[in-house]
Design a protein around this ligand. Structure first.
Ligand SMILES: NC(=O)c1ccc[n+]([C@@H]2O[C@H](COP(=O)([O-])OP(=O)(O)OC[C@H]3O[C@@H](n4cnc5c(N)ncnc54)[C@H](O)[C@@H]3O)[C@@H](O)[C@H]2O)c1
Ligand SMILES: [Zn+2]
Length: 399
């Protein structure tokens, strides 16, 4: 109610379809935007029958070009070469099948194929100008939610941390979510992508309350708001119910469907609300340890919530309800820590090779990611970030 009275805001694709078997609609959807379809797919699907079927269907009335050079965590230095090849094809639309790395590549190409710009000039918020190509996004992990969000996260060898290109102009035009595509994902991919979706939902729900000070200058990520919170709480409910099941029995389609649904809703929520401290602090942790994004955000979340527990009394009540536990901080944080252990997340930063001597530098680097550090439920300070990192390093929650 508090959110509703204050502000509600969502930016989304113009069309979202969730269905077991939705992938069959991909070719006809792409062809609505033109006859030349650039297909980007994660290499694990290069030989998939459904991909061959998509290409055959497109061939009946159009033409497609296939790109399978998708590298996890999206190193930007390889993107120029891919763009050059794709430019020669001259697509009307980009159709992408894959996890966050593939979808984020499609988003970057949607800009580079129509504009002669250096990727580095796009880092930050609202730096993209029109025109951009339409993207039809079909996620295969659950997930980043990238199929509905306005950000592409890239690794740049010239920078210590990953960087985001954030603009409403790169929200995919259509998201087709087919839970069946996740069935082959190995347990670690399912665990890391799935816990990240939970972090997206919880951080969208616990971000600072959104306000819009200057109409016309609305930031890409506005903070917690009534519309996003509805989606976030529903995402928490289904992800808590099904993440461990999806990790331990990858063929369980019901669990996969819950995860795809939860990841989609979490993406819809955080795509406008934004995420906060676990994401800010994962950047330096991920860069130093080369661990997946979701492993880091999932490991850090209980410590971030613990550090903000006095700001989140009301929020813990609703989160507890969504999670099926009593709604106080201890119960919510305890459930999250137990889930992390259940799906095999490492239990401390020390366990993934972080040196204690690096924590202070990580706190500074995390503070430097302003859009995330500044979106938390209380102002970010070095002392607060260091407390989160120290507790996470030891793997023990300070009372
Ligand atoms: N744009 C956003 O909104 C957003 C949000 C969060 C994270 N990210 C970024 O997304 C990237 C991570 O994406 P991700 O977690 O989806 O993983 P990913 O796309 O990097 O894929 C991880 C691995 O899983 C494999 N894989 C993907 N789908 C599979 C399937 N169905 N079956 C078998 N294997 C499969 C891939 O080949 C790859 O080896 C990071 O770069 C992260 O920073 C983006
Ligand atoms: Zn994330």
């Amino acid at each position: 109610m508090r959110d509703h009275a204050a502000l509600g805001m969502l930016r989304l694709p113009t069309e979202i379809l969730f269905e077991i078997g939705a992938v069959r609609h991909a070719p006809s959807t792409a062809l609505r935007f033109g006859s030349r379809v650039l297909i980007i797919t994660d290499p694990v699907f290069s030989d998939a029958d459904w991909l061959a079927g998509c290409r055959a269907e497109i061939a009946a009335s159009g033409v497609s070009e296939l790109i399978t050079e998708v590298t996890p965590e999206l190193p930007i230095d390889g993107v120029g070469r891919i763009a050059e090849r794709a430019r020669q094809f001259g697509p009307d639309v980009i159709m992408v099948f894959g996890g966050g790395s593939a979808i984020d590549l499609a988003k970057v190409l949607s800009i580079l194929l129509l504009q002669d710009v250096e990727p580095a000039s796009l880092y930050g918020e609202h730096r993209v100008r029109p025109p951009t190509l339409p993207v039809v996004a079909v996620p295969t992990t659950a997930g980043t939610g990238s199929e509905v969000t306005p950000v592409a996260v890239v690794s740049d060898p010239d920078r210590e941390l990953k960087v985001g290109i954030s603009s409403p102009l790169i929200i995919p035009r259509v998201a087709l979510v087919d839970p069946q595509l996740g069935v082959g994902a190995p347990p670690a991919v399912t665990a890391h992508a799935g816990i990240d979706a939970l972090v997206h939902a919880i951080e969208a729900y616990t971000a600072r309350q959104a306000t819009i000070d200057q109409p016309g200058q609305v930031p890409v990520f506005v903070g917690r708001n009534g519309l996003g919170s509805l989606l976030a709480l529903q995402a928490v409910e289904v992800i808590i119910r099904s993440l461990a099941g999806a990790v331990h029995d990858g063929a369980d389609l019901r669990a996969r469907a819950d995860m795809a649904w939860g990841s989609l809703l979490a993406g819809m929520a955080f795509g406008t609300a934004g995420t906060h401290w676990s994401h800010a602090l994962q950047y330096p942790v991920g860069a130093a340890t080369h661990t997946p994004h979701g492993l880091g955000t999932g490991l850090l979340l209980p410590y971030v919530l613990n550090a903000c527990r006095h700001q989140l009394t009301e929020e813990f009540r609703s989160l507890g309800q969504a999670m099926g536990v009593t709604g106080d901080g201890d119960a919510v944080i305890g459930r999250l820590a137990a889930l992390g252990a259940e799906i095999g997340l490492p239990q401390s930063l020390a366990a993934i090779g972080v040196a204690e001597a690096d924590l202070e530098r990580f706190a500074d680097l995390g503070l430097g990611v302003g859009r995330l550090a500044g979106n938390g439920p209380q102002p970010a300070t070095k002392e607060r970030f260091l407390a989160v990192l120290s507790d996470a390093w030891r793997g023990s929650l300070r009372p």
